[in-house]
Each structure stands twice: as C-alpha cells, then as structure tokens.
Design a protein around this ligand. Structure first.
Ligand code: G
Ligand code: G
Ligand code: MN
Ligand code: NA
Length: 250
C-alpha cells in the first residue's frame, strides 16, 4: 500500500524520529527518565500516529527494522543526558515473540555504547499473553542483561493480575484511564490505591500515566505512587527541547 511504502522509505531515509516524554519523581518533581515515542511526519500524508504505523510495520513484517532504527536513535540521544537518567522504550508485541529480540537489542546497545542498565522496555499485557513461553524466555534474557521491564497500560488488558505472577517485571505503569478519572471517581481512586499497595509488596516501581493537572499529581503522590508521567510535567519533545527541559528540571 501507499502508506506502507511511505513508511519503508521514511525508515530508510532516516525520517522517522523519536521524541521524549519526562517521567518524574512525584515527591519532588525531579525528572528520573524519559519515554521514547516514535514520531513521523510524511511530506504528503502529514502526521501519522505510531498507533497506526507501528501496527502496520508489525503486520507487514518490518517492525524489527523500524524498532532497531528507533532504539538506536533513542539510545544515541540518551548519551547526551545525565548518566543516572533512564530511557524507557516501547517493545512491540511481535518483538516479544521473536527469539532474535535479545540479541538484536544487545547489538544496538553495544554499538551505541549504551549501558543496558539504563534501559527499560515497556511491554503490554496483550503482548505477554499471545505467546507466553517465548515472551517469558525473552523477558528473562533481557533482565539478565540488566535491562528492566515495565508492564505498560496496566489495568486495561485481560487478567492483569495473573501477568504479575507468570512473568517477572520491574515496574508497572498505571493506565491513564484510571488516572484521568481519579478526581471524580472514587472507584478509580481505590483501584490505584490497591495497585500501589500491591506493587509495594511485590517490590515493583509504579508510574502513573497521563497526569494532566497539579491536583492529579498531588492526589497520586498522596496515594503513595512513586513516579508520574503526563502533559502536566511535559509533552513528548524532540532532543533539543529535551535538553532544555533537563536544564530546568534535573
Ligand atoms: O505518543 P502516542 O500517542 O502517539 O503513541 C501512540 C501509541 O504508539 C502508544 O501506544 C505507544 O506505546 C505507541 N508507540 C509510540 N512509540 C513507539 C515505539 O517506538 N515503538 C512501539 N512499539 N510503540 C510505540
Ligand atoms: O501506550 P503508551 O502508554 O506507551 O502510550 C503513551 C501515550 O500517551 C502516548 O501516545 C503519549 O503521547 C500519550 N500521553 C502521554 N501523556 C499524556 C497525557 O497527559 N494525556 C494524554 N491524553 N495522553 C498522554
Ligand atoms: Mn508506553
Ligand atoms: Na501506557
């Protein structure tokens, strides 16, 4: 299709970019790391969301090529940041079913000179459900390299809690559906409280996603949530804006 060809060309000609959104410590507002988010503006098609082109690349079998380009760019950009900040990168579900993922990831990190202990890979519940044995093996291999694994969009998939028993994670990211309801909906508040308590017991870090107001940030902090992410702290931004952000918030 036209979209597929445009995307392939964009990857080859280095026109798919990566932006960064801050993840902060809710207690003091200091930045702890950034999530890499793919961005593509095609000269003819305009802005195309990664929610469209990532699934397309998965379907057409070139997600490995897309993802390798994005991880390389993100890791290279991260080298200009303070050493103690982490990089969070979204792994697609197809990559969790591909036994080459560990080797490919390590190759990129080695060639960039990036410490694997600074990397977190975000995976979704749907991804770990599809091919559980392979996913578990890849997750364990990655963790042995020092890479941390986050469970993204937590609470929205099927049998979220079972995932925590079957796989080893380092962090849980609470889906923004719960966060955006927290000021008006007591149920969401109780759910978040329960997730935070459970994660304490499991020794997992917690990030609340999609924080858009100061009131939400305060509420989540009061509920014991350690980290936050969302437009209130910063939108996804290019590398130049990221470095300016660090100047003010690190
Ligand atoms: O930032 P935004 O709303 O545009 O992201 C839309 C969706 O695309 C989100 O689900 C996000 O996880 C996904 N996404 C963004 N960047 C990447 C990426 O580099 N790799 C993968 N696999 N997914 C990404
Ligand atoms: O699926 P994942 O959690 O990786 O994707 C994160 C998505 O959420 C990205 O598309 C990102 O741009 C978007 N996002 C980040 N912060 C906010 C926010 O505060 N509000 C909204 N509506 N979207 C956000
Ligand atoms: Mn994510
Ligand atoms: Na998410």
């Amino acid at each position: 299709t036209q979209l597929e060809q445009a995307l392939r060309n964009a990857i080859i000609s280095d026109n798919v970019d990566v932006h960064f959104q801050p993840i902060v410590n809710l207690a003091d507002g200091r930045v702890k790391g950034f999530e890499a988010l793919a961005r593509w503006i095609d000269p003819d098609l305009g802005f195309v969301s990664p929610a469209v082109f990532v699934p397309l690349a998965e379907e057409r079998g070139f997600i490995d090529m897309l993802s390798e380009t994005l991880l390389r760019k993100a890791a290279e950009a991260t080298l200009a940041w303070p050493r103690d900040l982490f990089l969070s990168f979204n792994l697609s579900s197809a990559q969790l079913m591909d036994p080459r993922t560990t080797y490919n990831t390590l190759s990129i990190l080695n060639s960039v000179g990036f410490d694997p202990r600074r990397l977190e890979l975000e995976i979704t519940e749907t991804a770990v459900m599809t091919s559980a044995d392979t996913a578990a093996r890849i997750i364990n291999e990655l963790r042995e390299l020092g890479i941390r694994i986050s469970l993204d969009d937590f609470g929205t998939g099927q049998s979220s809690l079972g995932r925590l028993r079957d796989f080893t994670f380092d962090k849980v990211k609470i889906d923004r559906a719960f966060v955006s309801a927290i000021m008006t909906d007591r149920t969401s508040e109780h759910i978040i409280k329960a997730i935070v308590t459970m994660c304490e017991g499991l020794d997992l870090a917690v990030v609340a996603e999609g924080i858009e107001t100061a009131a939400e940030a305060k509420k989540l902090r009061d509920l014991g949530c350690g980290m936050g992410q969302g437009y209130y702290f910063g939108k996804p931004m290019d590398q130049a804006a990221t470095l300016r952000y660090l100047h003010d918030h690190y």
